[in-house]
Unconditional design. Structure first.
Lengths: 775, 296
């Protein structure tokens, strides 16, 4: 037996994914299953005057048509949002509040009949003036939510840090910059859209729901709270999930309507949304309008940071943040730098847009924060006429300052920012690139180099601060070793392609000296897996990964007793060494975990119970703080505004690495998303509140052809409080990369006097900036 | 994403297809590659009552050179055009166009004739058909017509094909010696509709003068547009940077785009000009001819 931790083992789950043998939600077909199609509002803001179901009900095969009024009668018209500040309509009643809002559900024997009948549900609307812009919304000229007691569109004010001290420090700073930096509304757009199959067994009273869920246990609790069905009578199964990125954390109206329909009809009901439904109704991301101010001395030492944000949350506040963190982990906005004074505030508003504000491959608003600080650092460098790399270096938190308490309330666990940055600069050949750039600028060529030295916060989270629906954000593991030394490993997380089936087996294999190939990993079934908070916010390895290691160590402690029995020695004389139990001082006298496992069932120690299994619920003592340095090199076509990303290097430090190949895969995927966000992706609305990006023709997902060739490297600075030293990596590339791209483009355009352009950096925006500057 | 109900007719021969057209008339649509029609039906933007599937008609799959022209049958796939050796060796504009249509998966199924019949304002083949001066063989139970691309491409999603007719073949005149072509487009990602596109085909005389010019632009109007004044300006002259600059200005005047997610009116118009310029320079470079006054 050799080490399994740190080995680039091929993913155990891939053969079934690659060969079409996965079992996704839409692969599941139950006997007599019916299909749900939803009717959506064409208006962003309108009063519903009447709904006529008769034509829809007349379509052959249609079993029922459900409206908001019907749900109202059953007191199921609202569903809670996860952090508990607001509620969300299941089906609109009274008013619709965004275009494509769910207005009615049609249940039929075939998908085609459901779709035909959905067209025939006649809804009479009285259109109202929409409020599309959060800066209009804040004027409260039109109150969107007449169901709320508070007659205002303002949802919450959140702040952290010291306002007065920061204002004073800024006023006293010899150099100041201020910029409005927008992280535009985008969408995670997982390739598999959301869906549910609800199956109410009227004989047992038990409801089984197959769900595209990143958090099946929390969803079971939420289903119980919404429907009043006892939690033991709800079984949630999250089958193979084709990407989530935060989009499959919330509960959506389609889930509830399918469930209500199955409960009423006693027949399974399937709902699978279309791409358009996914993009127009489910959890969006970002939509943060950030006024960022930095103060510094003339030689570049940072003095203060102030960020004031206007957040557009859409029609309901359905951001899936932990309860005490309405603006998520936005306090990470001080980034990798020492700030004597800092203050951040967020004000959120309702608009006539779909709800969401979910964490798109980031730990609750971390991407927005990282983007703001890393863009602002470049703007300050430009103001100071300093190299952006030297400005960063001058202000980095130094190694000896860890654990480092930031002015905005986090205690960073570990870091070595300078080493990581220097490694990146050396690998990319930074000095040579700057020389090449200087030569090209002489010729009028637009070449840019952009750097991002980000720090993120992941692994939510310590129970004393973090909860969802009141449930602490721990996670869990259960390990059961069979007589032959194979075993089953279960966790409260639910992967959506991240590779848990391999990573978890490697962790347990390492701790127990067992072959990961013989450790089956199972997640997503609430009847079998231990309760956990799920997979999002890069929390799986920091939280469940720790639970797995500690559960394995519990197994090992029991195994030690059995080993002592087998070695006919006292437990104190048995040591775990080289993946075996050995008798201290007696070379060659040892038993393997396989032998111990067999004995656990055939020859247990006289004073111990048979079997070999353990459970661990892990409440993390702190968050983890992965970091990295990303460098982008771009060339811009002056005539068309096209940006060619010539090179992109990501040097990540996510602490101890369990499987380097999986880490690299995660980084490649996240960088491709970051590239899309920087250059292509935005959910835009026109003034009338119409969504302009309702399918993949208009909301662009890059292919291999558009994506730059990614270069990756690593440094390893373990987390001091995680049992393995691991920090989590899934989100780093999405959190860290957009600003590297944008900084590179702005660097290229800087000779023209261009200071900032908001994402996405479309060809036309870049072209207009060039044209504006050269006109 | 389910189409409205429709009747499906499988045509096993040209006669069967024409008979079905005569029977159903305007309620029917021909299904060739289906790469535009089927998505439109799934969005319920198109609701034909009848689909007449001509894919079983293998006799329509040909690409062959005949007397003086290249014939492309109604179900010849874009991929086959891309791979065709006569096209690769002698029809540079068509070869360049075939490589940038949508993505490889779409090209496996999509057809040239179908693209012309669909006549999407952002389609690639209509632009190439204008610049290469294609003719389309249109047939119905009442007979056969030969229609020029200019007459065939009537308006957005509208062609000269009658309700009881179908396009059975597209013909491209065989390029004379010293003919060179190029196709350029701007798209936000592979498979996107063009933001703007331009196709050119230039025939030179031995002195490096342009003997015949075909210049067309797409995605910048209700349909693909011929830059006729530009063609005239070039004919008889050695192309210089100055002359190309003038043709670019003409192309920008011809362009009449609408704003959408791909760009503003101003941007698309400018890009139509940029792409015409790039395609013309490509064709000139490919010719290797440097007549007196040529600037490459």
């Amino acid at each position: 037996m050799t080490a399994t931790l740190g080995v680039p083992m091929k993913r155990k789950e891939d053969p079934r994914f690659i060969r079409g043998k996965g079992r996704y939600l839409d692969d599941i077909v139950l006997p007599n299953m019916l299909y749900l199609a939803l009717v959506h509002s064409p208006y962003p803001h309108a009063r519903i005057k009447s709904i006529d179901k008769s034509a829809a009900l007349a379509v052959t095969g249609v079993k029922a048509v459900i409206t908001g009024e019907d749900l109202n009668a059953a007191k199921l018209e609202w569903l809670p949002t996860f952090h508990g500040f607001d509620k969300q309509m299941v089906l609109a009643f009274g008013k619709v509040l965004y275009q494509y809002q769910e207005v009615a559900g049609v249940i039929a024997e075939t998908r085609e009949a459901a779709a035909d009948a959905a067209e025939l549900v006649e809804v009479e609307y009285e259109p109202l003036d929409p409020v599309v812009d959060p800066f209009e919304s804040m004027k409260d000229a039109v109150i969107l939510r007449d169901d709320r007691e508070e007659k205002t569109n303002h949802i919450y004010h959140w702040e952290v840090g010291k306002r007065d001290e920061t204002d004073a420090a800024l006023a006293a700073s010899p150099v100041r910059i201020k910029e409005r930096i927008v992280a535009p509304r985008c969408h995670p757009a997982p390739l598999e859209p959301c869906g549910a199959i609800a199956d109410m067994n009227t004989a047992t009273g038990r409801l089984t729901v197959y769900l595209t869920s990143q958090a099946p246990h929390v969803h079971r609790t939420a289903f119980s709270l919404v429907t009043g069905i006892p939690e033991d009578k709800i079984h949630i199964i999250s089958p193979d999930v084709g990407g989530g990125f935060g989009n499959k954390v919330p509960v959506y109206p389609g889930y509830v309507v399918a469930t209500v329909a199955s409960v009423i009809l006693g027949i399974p009901v399937k709902w699978v949304e279309s791409r358009t439904e996914n993009l127009t109704t489910t959890g969006f991301a970002r939509d943060y309008h950030m006024d960022v101010e930095l103060g510094a001395t003339t030689d570049g030492k940072l003095t203060a940071l102030k960020v004031s944000t206007v957040a557009d949350h859409g029609a309901f506040d359905a951001a899936a943040d932990p309860r005490k963190y309405p603006a998520g982990m936005f306090g990470i906005v001080t980034g990798s730098y020492v700030f004597p004074a800092a203050f951040a505030q967020v004000d959120a508003y309702f608009t006539n847009k779909p709800p969401g504000g979910i964490a798109y491959r980031c730990s609750f608003r971390v991407t927005e924060a990282a983007y703001a600080i890393e863009r602002a650092m470049d703007i300050l460098a430009s103001e100071l006429k300093m190299d952006p790399v030297e400005l960063r270096s001058l202000n980095f938190i130094k190694n000896e300052q860890f654990p480092f308490a930031t002015p905005l309330g986090f205690v960073y666990d570990s870091g070595d920012y300078e080493t990581t940055m220097r490694k990146a600069l050396s690998l990319i050949g930074y000095d040579d690139l700057r020389k090449e750039q200087a030569e090209k600028r002489q010729r009028g060529d637009l070449m840019g180099i952009g750097v991002s030295t980000f720090t993120e916060v992941v692994g939510a989270g310590p129970g004393k601060h973090f909860d969802i629906l009141g449930i602490k954000m721990f996670d869990s593991a259960e390990i059961r070793i069979h007589p032959t030394g194979a075993g089953i490993v279960r966790a409260g997380t639910r992967h959506q392609g991240q590779g848990h089936e391999t990573t978890w087996a490697q962790i347990v294999g390492e701790e127990l000296g067992l072959d990961p190939q013989d450790l089956l990993v199972e997640e997503g079934d609430t009847d079998t897996a231990p309760y956990g908070l799920g997979t999002y916010a890069s929390r799986s390895t920091p939280v469940a990964g720790a639970a797995l290691a500690l559960a394995a160590r519990r197994v090992r402690e029991k195994a030690r007793k059995i080993a002592a029995h087998l070695l006919e020695a006292s437990e104190d004389d048995v040591e775990w060494k080289d993946y075996k139990f050995s008798l201290k001082g007696v070379p060659g006298k040892a038993v393997t975990m396989k032998e111990v496992a067999f004995a656990a069932y055939t020859n247990p120690a006289p004073d111990s119970e048979p079997g070999l299994e353990a459970t661990y619920y892990y409440d993390p003592p702190n968050m983890t703080f992965p970091f990295g340095t990303y460098v982008a090199v771009v060339d811009i076509d002056r005539e068309t505004g096209a940006v060619d990303v010539r090179r992109f290097l990501a040097v990540d430090d996510c602490g101890t690495i369990i499987n380097p190949m999986i880490v690299e895969g995660q980084v490649h995927g996240g960088l491709t998303e970051g590239y899309a966000i920087a250059f292509m992706q935005e959910i835009k609305y026109d003034e009338a509140g119409n969504n302009l990006n309702t399918n993949f023709t208009e909301y662009l997902v890059p292919t291999a052809l558009e994506s730059p060739s990614w270069e990756t490297a690593r440094t390893v600075t373990p987390s001091p409080h995680h049992p393995l030293g691991a920090k989590g990596v899934g989100e780093s590339p999405n959190v860290g990369s957009p600003q590297a791209f944008v900084n590179a483009v702005m660097d290229a355009l800087s000779p023209l006097g261009v200071r900032h352009i908001d994402m996405p950096l479309t060809r036309e925006k870049v072209w207009q900036a060039i044209r504006g500057a050269t006109a | 994403m389910f189409p409205a109900q429709f009747t499906y007719e499988r045509a096993r021969s040209e006669d069967e297809a024409l008979a079905a057209l005569a029977k159903y008339g305007s309620d029917a649509r021909i299904l060739a590659g289906g790469q535009s029609l089927i998505p439109a039906m799934r969005y319920r933007l198109a609701r034909p009552g009848v689909l007449i599937d001509i894919n079983p008609i293998t006799a329509f799959e040909y690409i062959e050179e005949r007397d003086g022209y290249l014939s492309v049958g109604a179900t010849a796939r874009d991929y086959a055009i891309e791979m065709s050796s006569p096209i690769r060796s002698r029809y540079q504009l068509l070869a360049a166009t075939s490589k940038v249509i949508a993505d490889p998966v779409v090209r496996q199924t999509g057809t040239l004739a179908g693209s012309l019949c669909h006549n999407d304002p952002a389609g690639d083949w209509p632009v190439a058909a204008l610049a290469a001066r294609a003719q389309i063989v249109v047939r119905g139970v009442r007979g056969t017509r030969l229609v020029s691309a200019d007459d065939f491409l009537v308006d957005s999603f509208t062609t000269a094909v009658g309700d009881d007719e179908m396009a059975v073949e597209v013909r491209f005149p065989k390029p004379p010696p010293l003919t060179y072509g190029a196709y350029h487009k701007i798209e936000r990602k592979v498979g996107d509709f063009a933001t703007a596109c331009a196709g050119v085909q230039l025939t030179f005389d031995t002195g490096g003068r342009v003997a015949a010019a075909g210049i067309a632009i797409g995605a910048v109007g209700a349909k693909a547009l011929r830059v006729a004044d530009g063609e005239m300006m070039m004919t008889g002259y050695v192309p210089t940077e100055e002359l190309i600059g003038e043709v670019v200005e003409v192309a920008k005047r011809v362009a009449d785009p609408v704003a959408d997610n791909r760009g503003s009116v101003q941007y698309k118009r400018e890009m139509a000009g940029v792409l015409v310029g790039r395609a013309l320079r490509d064709a000139c470079r490919l010719s290797g001819l440097k007549g007196e006054g040529a600037s490459w």
